[in-house]
Design a protein around this ligand. Sequence first.
Ligand code: AP5
Length: 205
Amino acid sequence: MIVVFLGPPGAGKGTQAQRLVEEKGFIHISTGDLLREAVRNQTPLGLKAKEYMDRGELVPDELIIEMIKEKLPEGGNVILDGFPRTIAQAEALDKMLAEMGKKVDAVILFDVPDEVVVERLSGRRIDPKTGKVYHIKYNPPPEGVEVIQRDDDREEVIRKRLEVYRKQTAPLIEYYEKKGNLVRIDATKAPEEVYRDLLNALGIS
Ligand code: AP5
């Protein structure tokens, strides 16, 4: 099963993906995580991507498509988190999957208003050792776990990421609605309820 997670920054895509990996054995491919790893390792891709990420802009399509081509697994249940993010990426994904005899089986749209995004992202903290995602108010890290804040979780960059989402990524809602495989989830609910709705949407018990 190939599942696309679509939604604004901070909607909770990574949080829910983490749980589907732990409890249901999904393979999680997050273009944001892959890019941050490339930046940390100072690879040619990372060096190019960093300036776009720091500004809250999208990394150019050709770099992203190339990166995904290398990472798409042959089998297993896959969550694509943060990809595709433009119509060009969605078309490239359809082509890649068709060559493998596959297709996007479900697109989950995590619906949240902008005020919620800003509150969630400004309170987000990450454990750099495990990559686990926490929130200072909604999901505080356990005592003794040292956490850091992502460089692009500053308010002015969050606003820019939201603007980029509305302009460049939101058109994908119509793209997938036309294909008939988009399911909207109310992502303002508590993580447990969002997870339950997600399992229902995917037909998993
Ligand atoms: P990326 O890493 O993909 O960032 P994003 O889409 O902005 O998504 P986030 O990781 O910020 O949010 P999330 O929805 O996963 O929320 P989370 O679960 O952490 O991309 C970063 C950058 O990389 C982009 O700006 C771009 O430059 C580049 N990039 C990546 N992919 C690209 C592509 N395909 N093309 C071009 N460029 C690309 O939750 C957020 C917080 O809320 C956490 O603190 C969490 O604990 C809390 N929380 C989660 N759920 C709930 C809940 N239900 N209730 C209360 N709190 C909650």
